[in-house]
Ligand binder design. Sequence first.
Ligand SMILES: [Zn+2]
Length: 112
Amino acid sequence: MRLNAILKSHCPHCLEGEVFDTFMKMNETCAVCDIKFEREDGYFMMSVFIGYVMAVAALLPIAIYLYANNASATWYLLALLPTLLLLSPAIFHYARILWLHIDELLDPRRQE
Ligand SMILES: [Zn+2]
């Protein structure tokens, strides 16, 4: 199931192989089905946009809470910056995973 593969950071094609070697380092190809994850140069630029949306989605509730409580700019900085720094590795990781799966759904690789 694709949602399970996304949560486990598995390959978008076979849904079994690991996409990441470590949390921040991607494998070049899938160990199970041998597809190349980076289809072309600049392939992961779209994941930057997905990461941006994920960051906004994560920070917006905090910003709304601070705004509702008339917080000072210092509180915005103290709440939002550390949260963004802590979430950045996970955003990087899952933005790429999400992009791989979205792209596979929109433009599936051919079965060999
Ligand atoms: Zn695979």
